[in-house]
Design a protein around this ligand. Structure first.
Ligand SMILES: [Fe+2]
Length: 151
């Protein structure tokens, strides 16, 4: 917090990006949720302010239409100074359950975070589809618009 400053707005801020290692300062808006997704890279998450709740999911086979589904398999509530280690096959969804910004350092390695093919799972049907990074960017924008309106 001393180095990065107190978060002022939701966002995915890149601290370091290389073909094999990416470090993000992720700031989650109040109440913000990101649908289940994978990264296909190992990760370590450390919280420096606020809360980040992770739900972990496992694959449960394939629908008749060939689409893979998931079910909830566990979770971990992270508070400031907590960390979580995610294996490269982990599927998770993330929620900031508190009414203020949460700041977390996310470290990903073993690939290029911005280039690797990822999946997301529809939050309603839990069916797999390609990861839509524009939609996730809009989640941050919507969260900031709500934050500005509330101030
Ligand atoms: Fe993630």
């Amino acid at each position: 917090m001393r180095t990065l400053g107190e978060p002022q707005r939701a966002g995915l801020n890149v601290l370091h990006h290389a073909p094999d290692l990416t470090i993000l300062n992720l700031v989650w808006g109040p109440g913000m949720t990101v649908m289940p997704h994978n990264h296909r890279m190992a990760a370590v998450i450390g919280i420096y302010t606020g809360r980040e709740d992770n739900t972990f999911w496992r694959r449960v086979g394939v629908e008749e239409n060939g689409v893979g589904r998931i079910e909830a398999a566990g979770g971990k509530a992270l508070s400031a100074r907590d960390c979580a280690i995610l294996g490269k096959d982990i599927i998770h969804s993330v929620t900031n359950p508190i009414p203020r910004l949460t700041g977390a350092i996310h470290v990903y390695w073993g690939g290029d975070f911005f280039e690797i093919d990822k999946s997301e799972w529809d939050p309603e049907t839990l069916c797999e589809r390609p990861y839509d990074k524009e939609k996730v960017a809009r989640l941050f924008e919507d969260s900031n618009a709500a934050l500005t309106a509330a101030r």
